[in-house]
Write a protein that binds this ligand. Structure first.
Ligand SMILES: C[S@@+](CC[C@H](N)C(=O)[O-])C[C@H]1O[C@@H](n2cnc3c(N)ncnc32)[C@H](O)[C@@H]1O
Length: 158
């Protein structure tokens, strides 16, 4: 059981408003319609469904967080995604990358399953922040940064 399984019951109360604020900002910059296939990496309790009205799939290794997720989910890690190449129109990862056991492998998997629109947030206080930012610039193209709050740097890339 992970830390996130342990806090699953109180997750939304603890982190909900902060995470929703980030998701709302991301939504302003993405063109999403009802048919858009969106993959949410480290989807947690599924807060993204409150912001995106589209075909969402979520992955997360914390089973208890997924229990009440409002969209279809797969219990999996970013490092081994059970999806085909280019399967999703849009892939988002909100405050989840610093948790990956193998960050490079996880980012490569994200790149593999997405077509060309990615929104990846990087926790500023993570000890792996610089490593993550370097990997994002190496593995993705047209990387643009949005620095809007004290918590995460938002990267939009292709
Ligand atoms: C801070 S929470 C963010 C959850 C959600 N994105 C949100 O905004 O509410 C970090 C999430 O990353 C997930 N996570 C941890 N290791 C992961 C991995 N290897 N692959 C994908 N997600 C992972 C955790 O289980 C947790 O749900």
């Amino acid at each position: 059981m992970s830390y996130y399984d342990d806090i699953a019951e109180g997750y939304d109360e603890l982190h909900g408003s902060e995470q929703l604020a980030k998701l709302k900002i991301i939504a302003q910059y993405l063109q999403i319609n009802k048919d858009t296939k969106l993959l949410d990496i480290g989807c947690g309790t599924g807060l993204s469904a409150r912001v995106f009205d589209c075909n969402i799939t979520g992955v997360d290794p914390a089973e208890k967080l997924l229990a009440n997720c409002p969209f279809k989910t797969v219990k999996a890690c970013a490092e081994k995604l059970p999806f085909s190449d280019n399967e999703f129109d849009v892939v988002i990862a909100v405050t989840s990358i610093h948790n990956f056991n193998d960050i490079e492998k996880g980012l490569k998997e994200i790149r593999r399953v997405g077509k060309n629109i990615f929104a990846l947030t990087v926790l500023k206080k993570s000890g792996n922040k610089d490593k993550i930012l370097i990997l994002i610039s190496q593995l993705f193209s047209n990387v643009r940064f949005l620095d809007v709050d004290a918590f995460d740097l938002i990267c939009f890339c292709e």
